[in-house]
Design a protein around this ligand. Structure first.
Ligand SMILES: O=C(O)[C@@H](CO)OP(=O)(O)O
Length: 232
């Protein structure tokens, strides 16, 4: 049995301004950092063995706050971001073999990034709804297969997210590791759609709050046996 903890990043500075964000690399707001701190308290008693985040700073900040505000979640280990030589921005910072006995690895990967919002990135959501109509904008934001102009549909996002989840994250869960994934509204909706077996119609109603941990218990074959939302 293993635990999988999903957390949408805390409020970002653009969430606070109600702007479409997508791949724009906006940091957490003060409230977002507080949400991540509260999340770490809600995770008191939980233990993580490995962490995955997107490449975007709001998810990385959320993960590191969750893993460092309290000692127990890492079991006394030090969380360390593991960079890869194949990363575009590699600059030799990992000239160190690591010590698994003392470290909790954090792997960052663009496969977990937010849905690419194309031409909507940087626009205010309310203004955009006024300009194009609420129904159209809601279709861009919440339908499964309709793409926003120049961007990814949830279906596009789900393909890259679930491929990464199956190949890179699931093997950890199957060997009994407890996993934390800090990511985004739409990358996490993609994973939840798979875990909860939601249909394309059902996923349109799925909304995730910022900074609220969702804990899944999985059996040894990766099937979900329990789900808890830690929101109080
Ligand atoms: O702007 C974004 O990148 C996302 C998440 O904040 O927006 P939406 O709620 O439309 O998926």
């Amino acid at each position: 049995m293993a635990q999988l903890i999903l957390i949408r990043h805390g409020q970002s500075l653009w969430n606070a301004l109600n702007k479409f964000t997508g791949w724009v690399d906006v940091p957490l707001s003060e409230r977002g950092r507080a949400e991540a701190t509260i999340a770490s308290c809600r995770l008191s008693g939980y233990r993580v063995n490995v962490c995955f985040t997107s490449k975007l700073i709001r998810a990385i900040e959320t993960a590191t706050i969750c893993l460092t505000e309290r000692d127990d979640i890492c079991g006394g280990k030090i969380p360390i971001i593991k960079h890869k030589e194949s990363d575009q921005d590699w600059h030799g910072w990992n000239n160190y073999d690591g010590n698994p006995a003392e470290e909790l690895p954090i792997f960052t990967n663009a496969a977990l990034d937010e849905r690419f919002y194309g031409e909507l990135q940087g626009l205010n959501k309310a203004d955009t709804a006024e300009k194009y109509g609420r129904e159209k904008v809601n279709e861009w934001r919440r339908s499964y297969s309709v793409r926003p102009p120049g961007g990814e549909s949830l279906e596009d996002t789900q393909k890259r997210v679930v491929a990464y989840f199956n190949s890179r994250i699931l093997p950890h869960l199957l060997q009994g590791d407890n996993v934390l994934i800090a990511a985004h509204g739409n990358s996490l909706r993609s994973i939840i759609m798979r875990l909860d077996r939601l249909s394309p119609d059902e996923v349109t109603a799925l909304e995730l709050s910022t900074g609220v941990p969702i804990v899944y218990e999985l059996d040894t074959s990766g099937e979900v046996i329990d789900k808890k939302i830690l929101n109080d």
